[in-house]
Design a protein around this ligand. Structure first.
Ligand SMILES: NC(=O)c1ccc[n+]([C@@H]2O[C@H](COP(=O)([O-])OP(=O)(O)OC[C@H]3O[C@@H](n4cnc5c(N)ncnc54)[C@H](O)[C@@H]3O)[C@@H](O)[C@H]2O)c1
Length: 246
């Protein structure tokens, strides 16, 4: 059997990049998907410098036609789509009273719609093989409403959990597992969306006393994407340093 093929969205930087690197180090071939092609190519270049193979694709995950084309392209070029990590996401902090339809649709398009359509198109190939792993990156904000996040973001991350449980049931008979990982505040560019005051308050409320490292999220995703996680499906794995309810 050749290397498993994994599509990792938003893997040009941050958590997605760490996940792609983590999977590659476990012998998986990662397809690095990002709206920022230069960033995706940079991830590939860093992996190649370690002697690992990977490919970069520019995709706006809020566009369903682009998702379909990508999944079909990957299956054609690399032989299968074994693992999908729905990681690409945007933060929203707009208070409810200022929220406009356009922003709501943008957050839902990237954070929610993309994940369900990746599941739709990728499970077709996974079913043919009788094996598949799907992991979506939710958030602590989707578990308890969030601290400084807007309700669009928190809603989008909670929606991923419902989607995970629903699809997990439907595809379980085909050897496909569907899980979510819910990070607490993690050291990435996205966390720079918080003010220093918000960040120090957040850090002080994390029982382990520090922000989560992207590599910590990657470890959880690699486990759920592995052969050994066969019996875990429809689950949410919290990686939040013990910060369950603030
Ligand atoms: N950083 C945190 O504190 C934190 C906490 C909980 C959950 N998360 C979730 O983890 C995931 C990754 O977060 P991060 O902190 O690494 O974010 P990040 O902003 O550092 O990286 C996100 C990546 O997604 C890409 N992206 C954005 N919109 C896209 C689109 N339409 N199509 C394709 N790619 C797109 C960006 O170009 C970027 O490379 C997100 O889903 C986020 O909601 C992050």
């Amino acid at each position: 059997m050749g290397a498993r093929v994994a599509i990792v969205t938003g893997a040009g930087r941050g958590i997605g990049k760490s996940i792609a690197v983590g999977l590659a180090r476990k012998g998986v071939f990662p397809v690095i998907v990002d709206i920022d092609l230069a960033a995706a190519e940079q991830t590939v270049a860093e992996l190649k410098a370690e002697g690992r193979d990977a490919a970069a694709f520019k995709v706006d995950v809020s566009k369903v036609a682009q998702i379909k084309d990508l999944v079909d392209d990957v299956a054609r070029k690399y032989g299968s789509v074994d693992i999908v990590v729905n990681n690409a996401g945007i933060l929203n902090k707009t208070p409810l009273e200022d929220l406009e339809e356009e922003e709501w649709d943008r957050v839902m398009g990237i954070n929610v719609k993309a994940a369900v359509f990746f599941m739709k198109y990728a499970t077709k190939y996974m079913k043919e093989k009788g094996w598949g792993r799907i992991v979506s990156i939710s958030s602590l904000a989707g578990r308890m409403g969030g601290f400084s996040t807007g309700c669009a973001y928190s809603t989008s991350k909670a929606a991923l959990i419902g989607m995970t449980m629903c699809v997990a049931r439907k595809v379980a008979p085909f050897g496909i597992t569907v899980n979510a990982v819910a990070p607490g505040t993690t050291e990435t560019e996205m966390a720079k969306g918080f003010t220093p005051e918000e960040l120090s308050k957040l850090t002080a409320s994390i029982p382990v006393g520090k922000l989560i490292k992207p590599e910590g999220i990657a470890e959880a995703v690699c486990f759920l994407a592995s052969e050994s996680a066969e019996f875990i499906t429809g689950a949410v794995l919290d990686v939040n340093g013990g910060m369950f309810m603030g």
